[in-house]
Design a protein around this ligand. Structure first.
Ligand code: MTE
Ligand code: MO
Length: 555
């Protein structure tokens, strides 16, 4: 090895280390910014930078991507999205920092872009909570901390005058990169950074250590502390609420609503396992003492209802099965609960609906909007401002302190969680969150049935066997279930007792399983005498249709 090449090799190692140090510094600067931004959001309210960017991605994601996520990731879609945002930020920050060795201004600019993204995400977000200032504050903290952080890192790397505009910002006591470039003797090797070749003394080891440690502490401390102080209303506040006896209790469950078959969905879905569909990365924890529902629009009297006010009204208790429009044939996004709430019709009567109105535009605390036909709230069905679910105040995930529940309509056009605004209006005068994303404006629930047992591709013992499941057709009820084995005749299944036309209904079917593969298909008939359609439809735009079937192996 010649002398020059040995020096070059040493220099290359040196500069690679420098790039790695820059990358680490970039990552820590961004981390400190995000951590303290997170802490600010927890302390002062406002939009967490990570959540803000994630929410923008949710709102702007093409429909196809969203459908894919709901279908393939289920409820894990949210942690996965947050993880992806964090990973993207980390990669971006690592790059920014590594560029910092040679191109400090680029590193600084990239870090500023990160901070600005946090602010922009919060500014264009749909939160109704807090003033614009509080919403943007966490993003500003992120921008400020990350920018100062990267400047300190760059300084330790030898760049003292990154912000001196119009001039170069040469590493201390050394010529700048660009000026030094012509002296490169060999083939271009990007790792062979001339900065370091020329100015290893520009690096401030102690400054770098001190800076990275401080940034690391700020980042980890910020995230950690935000977990401790943040989180909004405490669970004890929710659990401490006593829901008064309903003036109109639900009729007792008829005997025999539940079939005795292992593996069938429980008739009342426990809150813990109740499906959850919303667009939120962090669940709002609204304080019921600060909560207010504004009832306005085409009404004679505007109302402002407090939580205590609703609790003091005559309450109604009903069993209602909720269904999500995104549910595929045979899918899991359906659940049945016992709700207690204030009849929406009573509130509408009190406000006095003006003629010409045909819709409600309701808004949740996070700014999401839902459009509901006025008729569905006034035609005598049990549409509720629900306060309780299965004997407890609404869980945070399911809309605490108040949500809408309307029998017969898919959730996205009726079941507004964390509701804060209720505007009487006309469909012609607004669009809602989901309808802006190609879902139908009006969406009654389609008659559907599902085989819970046996599971698809299960192995079944030859001989007498049982199939079982649920069917729903809210507002019409289920009057018949039929099952078909392979391509045989449709045979009647046995219906469990009916709770109400607004709840799902269980069924069982005895069959003789003969060795080999068999296909079981189910179809329901509703209270109008309509047989569930065989026509397959995807969930978009107004709900899936078609018969559910499972293939099993009998041996
Ligand atoms: N604020 C808010 N309410 C919402 C939604 C939402 O995204 N945000 N999703 C709706 C949809 S699509 C459905 S199916 C139901 C689901 O209610 P659940 O999560 O309690 O099961 O809530 C509805 N209410
Ligand atoms: Mo939904």
């Amino acid at each position: 090895m010649t002398k020059t090449r040995a020096r070059q090799a040493a220099t290359a190692g040196h500069s690679r280390r420098r790039v790695a140090q820059g990358a680490l510094g970039g990552l820590l600067a961004a981390g400190a910014g995000l951590g303290l931004g997170e802490l600010t959001a927890a302390l002062a309210g406002g939009t967490s930078p990570v959540v803000g960017v994630g929410t923008q991605l949710i709102d702007r994601a093409p429909s196809a991507a969203k459908d894919w996520a709901v279908k393939n990731l289920g409820t894990a879609d949210k942690p996965i999205l947050i993880g992806t945002v964090l990973l993207a930020v980390a990669v971006f920050a690592l790059l920014a920092g590594s560029f910092g060795v040679r191109r400090p201004r680029l590193a600084f600019a990239m870090t500023v872009v990160l901070g600005l993204a946090a602010i922009l995400a919060a500014a264009s977000g749909r939160s109704l909570a807090g003033s614009l200032f509080t919403r943007l504050l966490p993003g500003f903290v992120t921008l400020l901390v990350a920018s100062i952080g990267i400047l300190l890192v760059l300084r330790a790397l030898g760049h003292r005058r990154v912000l001196a505009f119009g001039k170069h910002s040469p590493p201390a006591e050394s010529p700048s990169v660009a000026e030094d470039r012509p002296t490169r003797p060999d083939t271009a090797d990007l790792d062979d950074a001339p900065v370091e070749a020329a100015a290893p003394e520009g690096f401030d080891r102690r400054g770098f250590l001190a800076t990275t440690m401080a940034l690391g502490v700020a980042g980890v401390g910020g995230f950690g502390a935000s977990r401790l102080v943040g989180g909004g209303t405490d669970e004890s506040v929710r659990a401490g609420i006593r829901i008064p006896q309903p003036a109109s209790a639900a009729p007792p469950l008829p005997a025999g609503v539940s079939v005795d078959v292992e593996g069938v969905s429980r008739f009342v879905t426990p809150n813990k396992s109740f499906y959850r569909v919303d667009t939120l990365l962090t669940v709002p924890k609204v304080d019921p003492r600060d909560w207010e529902l504004r009832v306005h629009g085409m009404v004679d009297r505007e109302l402002r209802l407090s939580f205590a006010d609703l609790l003091g009204r005559p309450l109604v208790e009903r069993d209602i099965t909720l269904t999500c429009v995104s549910n595929e044939v045979g899918g899991p996004y359906v659940g049945n609960a016992r709700w207690i709430g204030v009849p929406i019709a009573a509130i509408l009567a009190e406000a006095g609906v003006r003629s010409g109105a045909d819709a409600i535009k309701s808004t949740s605390v996070d700014g999401l909007t839902i459009g509901t036909p006025l008729a569905a709230l006034t035609d005598g069905r049990d549409a509720l401002f629900a306060l309780a679910m299965n004997g407890e105040p609404l869980p945070f995930d399911h809309g605490f302190p108040v949500r809408m529940v309307v029998p017969g309509l898919y959730g996205y056009v009726s079941a507004t969680k964390w509701i804060v605004d209720f505007e009487v209006t006309r469909f012609a005068d607004f669009t809602a969150y989901w309808t802006e994303r190609d879902w139908a404006v009006e969406a009654p629930i389609k008659t559907s049935s599902r085989i819970d047992v046996p599971k698809a591709f299960a192995t079944v013992k030859a001989g007498p066997a049982v199939a079982a499941g649920v069917a729903w057709s809210q507002r019409r009820g289920i009057t018949k279930i039929e099952v078909q084995v392979d391509d045989g005749e449709w045979q009647p299944a046995k219906l469990a007792a009916e709770d109400s036309i607004d709840t799902w209904r269980q069924w069982t079917f005895q069959w003789n399983a003969t060795p080999g593969n068999h296909k079981l298909t189910v179809r329901a008939t509703d209270g109008d005498g309509q047989v569930q359609t065989a026509d397959r439809a995807r969930p978009r735009p107004n709900g899936s249709s078609g018969w559910h079937n499972v293939v099993v192996m009998v041996e």
